[in-house]
Write a protein that binds this ligand. Structure first.
Ligand code: ADP
Ligand code: MG
Length: 413
């Protein structure tokens, strides 16, 4: 069997040292030090998938894996950016030119935050910045939100906004980062990723409620989720599976849910009472010859109910009992919502066979990552089982991460 590859998180000291060295290398000719170093985590969603655009619930935790940014403010409107993940190039723009549709490349996530803060009445000036990250890219663990949120807390402090000082201000930063991702980077995502990165606390998950009309502040509530005292570990497996046509699938699922809500006369599928699910599905039958509409609705309604149940269990200190909810979530995503992938199913099956209490795909699907709730003493056995299953199937080796519920974005040096 090949040796399992662990994707370790960095200490804040390591992360800060890396970006300080990179800052000197990229901007050294100008002299000067960055104003500081800030970091923001990726996130992993415990349960509640494809629920956000249906007004539903999700329950992410922040990863110990973070994106680090060293930033120095400027007195003009120029933005210059370097990244260890995009070596050898300097991304530059003038903030005056940043608007929906005008910028391309990874700098859109960064300049987009400055633009969105300005739109919200918090104008910021230009800056020089470099980033480095141990959050895996494109693995469904939200390296994009980690980048936006690290920049958001950096600009918040260097512009003297003070928004990161409390949860209400952080909710304002979440809104700005979501606008950066949707309107400047052009990625149609909900707000879970940015809320997790800016508002999670250690030993907690964040209940993200996307019900229309809720204030940004009320849409995030901490939920105790402390695994260590229960001798449990959350294992994340980055499957490294690559799948085409993902964007079209996301838009198609969204459109199907909107059609179902319109047929049912509700604003979003959040308004469907889970106790009346059978009646609701029967009402859709005349519009649904192939049954697809009903399966999509069944996933969304049951997933929101599972997320609420998960929240109730962990709030009662019954964290070891959430495994069956995770498995039911995976089965629903695989069979009703049809967004799983062979690699994700393989992780789930191998982990459960090796003794995991629960396992499921996490993130939007079609690849990305899966999670397993594992007794601390059995982590190695589960890792060996998953690695062995990938080897036997001739698949590219996955990456393994440990995901203790970690802290939100902030200054580190
Ligand atoms: P995910 O958020 O699941 O990791 P996305 O496709 O949403 O995947 O975001 C990945 C993109 O975010 C990258 O392609 C890149 O444009 C940008 N990005 C994230 N982190 C960095 C980084 N450290 N340096 C440069 N670009 C980054
Ligand atoms: Mg992303």
């Amino acid at each position: 069997m090949s040796t399992p590859e662990w994707l370790e998180s960095w200490s804040d000291e390591d992360g800060a040292q890396r970006v300080r060295a990179l800052f000197a290398q990229v901007f050294g000719e100008d002299g000067g030090e960055p104003d500081g170093v800030w970091a923001a985590p990726g996130r992993v969603n415990l349960i509640g998938e494809h629920t956000d655009y249906n007004g539903g619930l999700a329950l992410p935790t922040a990863l110990p894996h973070r994106t680090y940014v060293a930033l120095r403010h400027r007195d003009d409107d120029t933005v210059r950016l370097g990244s260890a993940q995009a070596p050898g190039t300097l991304w530059t723009a003038s903030l005056a030119d940043v608007a929906p549709g005008t910028v391309t490349g990874w700098g859109a996530y960064v300049a987009g935050v400055a633009w969105a803060l300005g739109e919200a009445g918090h104008p910021v000036r230009g800056f020089d910045a470099v980033v480095d990250s141990c959050v895996p890219f494109g693995a469904g663990l939200s390296s994009s939100a980690a980048l936006e949120c690290a920049v958001a807390v950096a600009l918040d402090e260097t512009a003297g906004l003070g928004l990161a000082a409390d949860d209400a201000g952080r909710a304002t930063l979440v809104t700005a980062c979501v606008r950066a991702e949707n309107e400047i980077a052009g990625a149609p995502t909900g707000g879970m990723d940015q809320a997790a990165s800016l508002r999670c606390t250690a030993e907690h998950a964040l209940l993200v409620d996307s019900r229309p009309g809720l204030s940004a502040l009320d849409s995030g509530t901490p939920v105790p989720f402390d695994l260590a005292p229960a001798d449990l570990t959350m294992l994340v497996v980055d499957t490294r599976a690559e799948h085409a046509l993902v964007d079209g699938q996301y838009a198609e699922r969204r459109a199907t849910c909107e059609r179902a809500a319109a047929l049912l006369g509700v604003k979003t599928l959040r308004d469907v009472d889970p106790d009346l699910l059978e009646e609701t599905l029967a009402a859709l039958a005349p519009h649904d010859a192939d049954g697809v509409l009903r399966r999509r609705v069944r996933h969304v309604v049951t997933e929101i109910a599972r997320t609420a149940r998960f929240r109730d269990l962990v709030t009662d200190g019954r964290v070891a009992e959430v495994g069956p909810l995770m498995v039911a979530s995976h089965v629903s995503l695989r069979d009703d919502y049809e967004v799983s992938a062979r690699e994700l199913d393989l992780v789930v099956d191998a982990a459960l066979d090796a003794g995991a209490l629960g396992a499921r795909m996490t993130g939007g699907g079609f690849g990305g990552s899966a999670i397993a709730l594992v007794r601390a003493a059995e982590v190695d056995a589960v890792v060996v089982a998953v690695q062995g299953a990938f080897d036997a199937a001739g698949l590219r080796a996955p990456g393994f991460l440990l995901a203790p519920p970690s802290a939100a974005a902030g200054r580190v040096a």
